[in-house]
Ligand binder design. Structure first.
Ligand code: NAD
Length: 511
């Protein structure tokens, strides 16, 4: 069971190389961490500043060369051990995660597991880092290339996946030989700190993974620090764009993933029971606070729309909203009161814009938890593309039906939307699915798969305003992001060269 109310206010502090600093106790700025189930502040997080970051960077600089020189098999062993430790502690981690985020515990376990999948990939890093070799690229010449770490990398992560996304970043970065500084979301920072502690317990040397807390001030300090070579960011699009521009201007490598508005296309031949089941989970699971949620459904043809709506209504009525520890709950509260207000304001905007609010989740109160940040499920029909509530990300338990007349119109909707993270098509027609997958202007596509988050050994990344930069998270893409390529062209002459060789003055060719 989750301990929802704590007697004393806990303090979540930075995890630096030499100690856990008592930031807020020392009088610095701090942030409030809510218990979304109870609607109360349950802990405080100490915010750091540029001076604290400088300390972390110094520790990282001191430790990184030796870590990079540690052979990849030994580096991999830390990940094997870490995997064991996370598995042994997964219940504790999931409960801690739920108590700050609000998602149900089973979903939090999934959050940890999807991060752990990338850690498993990191266990194979010796194979991945083997490099390339060409024997005899020219007369007596061999060429080989190797991937070397960048030095110090940083990650700035969102509140909605406080286990998975930090692991997506620090796993590959550290496996490749970098030191890593993590700045998790200030709304639910405890699980990232716990993961860093487990990495230390797994044998990671001091200084290779450190956690600093804060808000914009800390993010700016990271972006401006000249010794940080690469920054990976995941969060909302405006901030992603800002991070991308400022980081690149400072000469860093930056990948910055942003918001989303994923569409689910329902073709007339789709299995409607499966669609409704998949949609319920993908639209309302985690209270819609997923960048791969499906908040827009596009039935093709009026008949499909009517059949879908008829089946959706009882499915939505059957949804159980509950506290995170309720095993029967489909989803829990949203992360804080400000976010609940934001989602409810978007529902009002939808009404004002003329969409039909079929189910209204506003004003939902859970008995015994009246102060919790709960929102009931909402359903809009007859949403149109000119509406602001369609164009923007709501990030709550709100499903919007946009009716399309044809396959071509349905294909155009996600393709022309400002976001391009994920999309799904539900159909039994292989040709339609193939056409859709090839032509849609979106980064990740599901065919009868509502949440197409790719497995760890592929890579994750959206298009358009869902991602700035050109390298995805994890898989080989992640390895590319966290390393630079060095290419060596080698010749071992036999000592018989002509001292007066005029060819030396001509650009060398292998011809
Ligand atoms: P957010 O943008 O508010 O915060 C993300 C990070 O940026 C946090 O660490 C935060 O401290 C920092 N930050 C906040 N304001 C800042 C500012 N003004 N300047 C610099 N840094 C700042 O995002 P969130 O609310 O934590 O997460 C939800 C968002 O993340 C949604 O838009 C969601 O779609 C997106 N997301 C995207 C992906 C993806 O892979 N594309 C994955 C998960 C979440």
């Amino acid at each position: 069971m989750i301990q929802f109310r704590r007697k004393t206010l806990r303090e979540v502090n930075h995890l630096l190389a030499d100690s856990i600093t008592q930031g807020s106790a020392a009088g610095g700025r701090s942030g409030e961490i809510f218990d979304p189930n109870a609607g109360e502040v349950q802990a405080k997080v100490a915010f750091g500043d540029a001076a604290l970051l400088a300390k972390a960077v110094e520790a990282a600089k001191a430790a990184q060369p030796e870590w990079a020189a540690t052979n990849p098999q030994r580096r991999a062993r830390v990940f094997f051990k870490f995997k064991e430790l996370v598995e042994a502690n997964i219940d504790e981690l999931a409960r801690l995660l739920s108590s700050e985020h609000g998602k149900v515990v089973a979903d939090s376990r999934g959050d940890v597991q999807r991060g752990l999948d990338v850690i498993e990939f990191c266990c194979g890093i010796p194979h991945v880092l083997k490099g390339e070799y060409t024997q005899g690229a020219g007369p007596g010449i061999d060429v080989y290339s190797m991937r070397q770490p960048l030095g110090i990398g940083a990650g700035i992560t969102p509140f909605n996946f406080p286990a998975m996304i930090p692991m997506w970043m620090f796993g590959p970065a550290i496996a490749c030989g970098n030191a890593f500084i993590l700045k998790p979301s200030e709304r639910d920072p405890s699980v990232p700190v716990r993961l860093a502690e487990l990495m230390r317990e797994a044998g990671l040397p001091e200084g290779i993974l450190q956690v600093v807390h804060g808000d914009k001030e800390m993010v700016d300090a990271i972006l401006d620090h000249e010794d940080i070579g690469a920054v990976s960011f995941v969060g909302s699009s405006d901030i992603a764009h800002y991070v991308y521009k400022r980081g690149v201007a400072a000469g860093k490598r930056v990948q910055a993933m942003g918001g989303a508005k994923n569409h689910g296309i329902v073709m007339p031949d789709a299995d409607m029971d499966q669609v409704v089941n998949d949609l319920s989970g993908a639209a309302f699971g985690s209270a819609g606070e997923r960048c791969m949620a499906l908040p827009v459904v596009v039935p093709v043809g009026e008949d499909t729309a009517e059949r879908l709506r008829e089946k959706l209504l009882p499915a939505i009525a059957a949804l159980r909203v509950g506290v995170s520890s309720d095993d029967d709950a489909h989803y829990g509260p949203v992360v804080n009161a400000a976010h609940r207000t934001r989602v409810e304001n978007w529902i009002q905007t939808g009404v004002d814009e003329g969409a039909e609010l079929v189910v209204d989740g506003r004003g939902f109160e859970l008995q015994g938890h009246e102060k919790g940040f709960f929102i009931g499920p909402s359903l809009f029909d007859h949403v149109t593309t000119d509406m602001q509530s369609y164009k923007e990300e709501i990030f709550g338990p709100v499903l919007q039906i946009v009716r399309a007349k044809s396959f071509e119109e349905a294909l155009r909707l996600p393709s022309e939307h400002q976001y391009g993270n994920g999309v799904a098509i539900f159909t039994r027609n292989g040709h339609a699915a193939r056409e859709f997958a090839h032509r849609v202007n979106v980064g990740m596509v599901g065919i009868n798969v509502p949440i197409p988050v790719p497995v760890a050994y592929h890579s994750f990344g959206g298009w358009k305003r869902s991602a700035f930069g050109d390298t995805n998270q994890h898989g080989i893409e992640g390895v590319k992001f966290w390393t630079k390529v060095k290419t060596i062209t080698a010749r071992w002459p036999d000592g018989t060269a002509d001292a007066d060789d005029k060819d030396a003055f001509v650009i060398p060719t292998m011809g």
